[in-house]
Design a protein around this ligand. Structure first.
Ligand SMILES: [Zn+2]
Ligand SMILES: [Zn+2]
Length: 339
């Protein structure tokens, strides 16, 4: 089968590899759609340590092709999505229900073969049914959306509170929609230089501000009449956007740092301010037990991902897809389509 394989020196090529063998508890999925995410881009660049000869990709939907003897509840032809998180279920973290801290993670697309391939073998516990009337490219959002749900669970905003979301990529634009579903009363989205104002408003943002312009922190505070900003989500991971999340905090702000920063990135925090303003600062790692909720939201059209898909490529053209990812700031989500 064709697969996009990254080697230890971060040289990645479309190659012919054997179709994966399935173990007794695994499902073989014919990949129909697989999204490109920042993690894939970082691995391709060599920023993250991965297994040798890794097939990249972890946000996917497809059709059941075959399954091992011990698999129950699936049949050939079922539409499914895959959860890339493959915890061991026997380390101390797993045993206490904190599977996203598992010592053997991250999983599919990082230290196990991923979905930029014609087929992928996935443990049954990582397979979820997808309604047949839901497009595969919508189903492929289950994983990134499930990570957003984890972030929301960590932040735990309440109806009637306000929020600032920094970042207008696919994550920021899904967070906007989750915020509206959560009953956020007044929502500011801080975007980048590409014009996503109209899209942001369509998806539920009350105010869009260009974060690349000077004085954005002041504009945010003006918008909220210098009152409390209860919830702040940083969904970029750059030093300046992390600093913005700290700059706009008020008494009682809770801040979610969701964007994946470069490991070298450092920002300054004043412990005195954290103390005095009772700041709550939380992180969010992967998607422990949130993917079923993500599938429910997508199947019931509660999160609109169609306007987030800006490009579609065949697996044969995956290099072109990564070029667009790197160079075209109009792209939001790029999908790799199977046969
Ligand atoms: Zn991802
Ligand atoms: Zn574990």
């Amino acid at each position: 089968m064709k697969a996009y394989v990254c080697h230890q020196n971060s040289e990645c090529y479309l190659e012919n590899v054997p179709r994966p063998d399935i173990k007794e508890d695994e499902v073989l999925i014919k990949v129909k759609t697989s999204g490109i995410c920042g993690t894939d881009y970082h691995i391709k660049k060599g920023d993250f340590q991965t297994k040798e000869n890794l097939i990249l990709g972890h946000e996917f939907a497809g059709i059941v092709e075959d399954m091992g003897d011990k698999v129950e509840g699936y049949k050939k032809g079922d539409h499914v999505i895959g959860d890339p998180m493959t915890p061991c279920f026997h380390c101390e973290y797993c045993k206490s229900g904190q599977v996203n801290y598992c010592v053997e993670l991250p999983g599919i697309g990082v230290n196990e073969d991923g979905s930029f391939a014609e087929y992928i073998a996935v443990p049954q516990s990582n397979v979820h049914q997808l309604d047949e009337d839901v497009p595969f490219e919508v189903g492929a959002f289950a994983e990134p959306l499930s990570c957003c749900l984890r972030g929301f669970d960590q932040l735990d905003p309440t109806q009637g509170e306000n929020m600032v979301i920094i970042g207008d990529g696919p994550i920021g634009l899904m967070m906007v929609q989750l915020a509206k579903l959560a009953g956020i009363s007044d929502l500011v989205l801080v975007g980048g230089e590409k014009d996503r104002k109209e899209l942001a408003h369509n998806l539920g943002a009350d105010k869009f501000l260009d974060g690349t312009k000077a004085g954005v922190a002041e504009k945010i505070n003006d918008y909220f009449k210098n009152g409390q900003i209860k919830n702040i989500i940083e969904a970029v991971g750059l030093k300046q956007t992390l600093n913005l999340s700290l700059k706009i905090k008020t008494y009682g702000s809770q801040i979610l740092w969701f964007g994946v920063p470069d490991p070298e990135t450092k920002v300054e925090i004043s412990p005195q301010e954290v103390f005095e303003k009772e700041i709550k600062l939380v992180g969010s790692l992967m998607n422990p037990y949130t993917i079923s909720r993500a599938v429910n939201l997508l199947e019931n059209n509660k999160i609109d991902v169609d306007p987030l898909i800006t490009h579609r490529f065949k697996l044969d053209d995956i290099e072109k897809a990564f070029e667009i990812y790197e160079n075209d700031n109009k792209r939001i989500k790029i999908m790799i389509e199977g046969e």
